[in-house]
Design a protein around this ligand. Structure first.
Ligand code: ATP
Ligand code: MG
Length: 406
């Protein structure tokens, strides 16, 4: 085990959530090993505020059920205990074992591994803390903080990488990406969020293996996409995703509009949108996946509507073409990312409102302002004006602004 004692005093108990402390103490008191792990330890060591506090222990889920009244077991790939408090949920995982050891394969029947593409389907094998450390994704996410001796345990060189600002996958990168291709997105996201560099051997396989993301359920990719773009570092994450050919895999519709100069409306929209989103998060303002996807896909939607309209000018109204285009655009997006229906139906409303908002006067225009999504639609109109910079659109957005103030 590699351990740096200098780091020992850097974690202060007062920066750890009270509930996480309660869980750690209760487990220790009952005779189990228990550690704070993952993003919580990483962020505390970096002097940042952790998003959540994960705990890991040698107690099994069954033992935790007996120990905590407020405990619920969740998860399929790996069973986790959720210890539920009024203000937060502390996630507690039993140490994971090394799935590659043959012994484990024989011992545990609920182990599943897809031989064809090397993807790990089920991971329910318990192990020691050291096994657990090697099962995690990157070295800086594999640091363990113990409340019994207030030390940080490091089995994979995470402290060195944290100090040097390096994102390094644990183990053989290609094998680890094949097991779980989402790790390619996580590596990119953490490099962007923490402003760290990706170790060359960790970066090298990504463009080659990016296609493996097609094996990931679209619902998981949707969840991941929100972490990529709505947690405060969306713009820089986007730049890195493009560099490693990952963005093109997640958003083929948008990538079709990519140009050498980066100057297409889709590209300019992405840059403006993601920078604005980052600013909002920085200023503690709310962000909304409906707006994110409505803005991201707006120009491809417009282009599709125009093509359908031109090809069917004698039989379809522009409105009909626009409606058909919505089905095509969202249908294609959802093949990769399962955007939930309640979000796509609001995107539909916001896009249709863009058509209605092109006229500002008269009774129908007045009614528009009563639409529950008028505010979001107005924000998209303003963003379009910033991207396109046409006098008409700038004027229209200004006039709608004045009208709202009346
Ligand atoms: P965040 O600040 O985004 O919460 P995090 O590192 O805590 O960052 P989580 O998604 O909350 O990330 O996961 C908690 C921990 O679980 C990680 O730190 C890592 O050790 C482990 N982990 C998560 N996803 C994977 C994965 N796909 N493969 C291996 N280990 C993973
Ligand atoms: Mg976390």
């Amino acid at each position: 085990m590699i351990m740096t004692s200098r780091i020992r005093k850097m974690i202060s108990r007062k920066n750890i959530s009270k509930n996480a402390l309660k869980v750690l103490y209760r487990l220790n008191k009952a005779g189990y090993e228990a550690y704070l792990v993952g993003g919580g330890v990483r962020d505390l060591l970096l002097g940042q505020k952790p998003k959540d506090f994960d705990v890991t222990t040698n107690a099994t889920p069954e033992q935790m059920i007996r120990l905590f009244r407020n405990c619920r077991l969740v998860g399929r790939r790996f069973i986790l205990a959720h210890i539920i408090f009024s203000s937060e949920i502390i996630e507690v995982a039993t140490f994971r074992g090394d799935h590659l050891e043959e012994d484990h394969n024989k011992k545990y029947s609920n182990f599943q591994f897809n031989k064809k593409n090397g993807m790990l389907l089920s991971d329910n094998i318990f192990g020691s803390i050291e096994d657990d450390a090697y099962r995690r994704d990157i070295t800086i996410n594999s640091l363990y903080y113990s409340m019994t001796d207030l030390s940080v345990r490091d089995y994979v060189g995470g402290l060195r990488d944290l100090k040097q600002g390096v994102i390094r996958l644990i183990g053989d990168p290609e094998t680890r990406y094949r097991e779980d291709p989402v790790r390619m997105l996580r590596v990119t996201r953490f490099a962007a969020k923490l402003n760290m560099s990706i170790a060359p051997e960790t970066a090298e396989p990504i463009p080659r293996l990016a296609l493996l993301l097609h094996n990931i359920p679209s619902s998981r990719l949707f969840e991941e996409s929100l972490k990529l773009f709505q947690t405060g570092y969306g713009y820089i994450t986007y730049c890195k995703l493009c560099k490693y050919q990952l963005f093109q895999l997640l958003f083929p519709t948008l990538a079709r509009d990519f140009t050498k100069t980066g100057n297409s409306t889709t590209e300019r929209m992405l840059v403006q949108l993601l920078k604005n989103t980052d600013d909002r998060i920085q200023n503690q303002m709310r962000v909304n996946p409906v707006f994110l996807f409505a803005a991201m896909f707006w120009y491809p939607q417009l282009k599709t509507a125009e093509i359908i309209s031109q090809n069917n000018s004698s039989s379809l109204t522009y409105y009909d073409s626009f409606s058909i285009a919505i089905n095509n655009t969202l249908g294609e997006a959802c093949q990769v990312l399962a955007i939930p229906r309640k979000i796509t139906s609001l995107i539909r409303d916001i896009w249709k409102l863009q058509l209605y908002m092109s006229r500002i006067y008269g009774k129908p225009a007045k009614k528009l302002m009563l639409h529950p999504k008028f505010g979001v639609a107005y924000n998209l109109l303003t963003l379009r004006a910033t991207v396109e910079k046409t006098p008409e659109l700038i004027e229209l957005s200004k006039n709608w602004n004045k009208r709202q103030l009346l």
